[in-house]
Write a protein that binds this ligand. Structure first.
Ligand code: HEC
Length: 167
């Protein structure tokens, strides 16, 4: 095999691939924070960033329900990027609305029944559903210059909450 040869992805595929890579990176970084910081041999945290996230203190059932919803959120982002890559705008809009918009919020609430959340958590959750609804609305324009920034805002809403809260 010729190792020196580099494939040059083009157009939407390259944009979609870049976004997917960015998202995976974001989640991996968040996941590392979830499990704590890398430890040196002496057990001293080596990361320079302090973990100042607020603990949500959910019961086991609500916590399992929330994590299931979260994994579905990530699958939804992946499905949206894939559909945009195929230029299947109808499918992308449907996933954005059904899987990340307000219908998803109602399902998430049922799964987290009985749990109470800080007001700011609610606000971040609503901002994320609203961003997804706005994304669903802009996708039928088929204009990637409008769609991609809104996709970024939607993913940014995931990141904003992950920066502040943990289980
Ligand atoms: C309102 C807050 C909030 C929003 C919005 C949010 N998340 Fe989360 N998510 C969390 C919290 C809290 C955790 C647990 C993190 C921890 O304990 O370290 C989590 C965990 C996860 C996990 C790990 C699930 C598991 O099984 O451990 C994934 C994946 C995830 N989120 C993806 C997403 C994606 C993708 C989005 C946006 C489409 C999103 N989240 C939006 C709060 C949020």
């Amino acid at each position: 095999m010729n190792k020196g040869r580099v494939m040059r992805p083009r157009g939407i595929v390259s944009i979609g691939g870049g976004l997917a890579a960015l998202l995976v990176l974001t989640v991996v970084v968040e996941a590392q924070h979830e499990r704590g910081y890398p430890m040196s041999k002496e057990g001293v945290p080596t990361g320079s960033r302090q973990d100042e996230r607020v603990v949500l203190n959910l019961n086991e059932q609500a916590s399992a329900g929330m994590k299931l919803t979260m994994r579905e959120h990530l699958e939804a982002i992946s499905a949206i990027v894939a559909a945009l890559g195929r230029q299947d705008f109808e499918q992308a809009a449907r996933v954005a609305h059904d899987e990340l918009g307000f219908p998803k919020h109602h399902q998430a609430m049922r799964r987290e029944a009985g749990a109470s959340f800080p007001q700011k958590y609610h606000e971040l959750a609503m901002a994320h559903h609203q961003a997804a609804e706005d994304l669903a609305k802009v996708i039928p324009s088929k204009d990637l210059k409008s769609i991609l920034p809104q996709l970024e805002r939607t993913i940014g809403a995931c990141v904003s909450c992950h920066r502040v809260y943990k289980l």
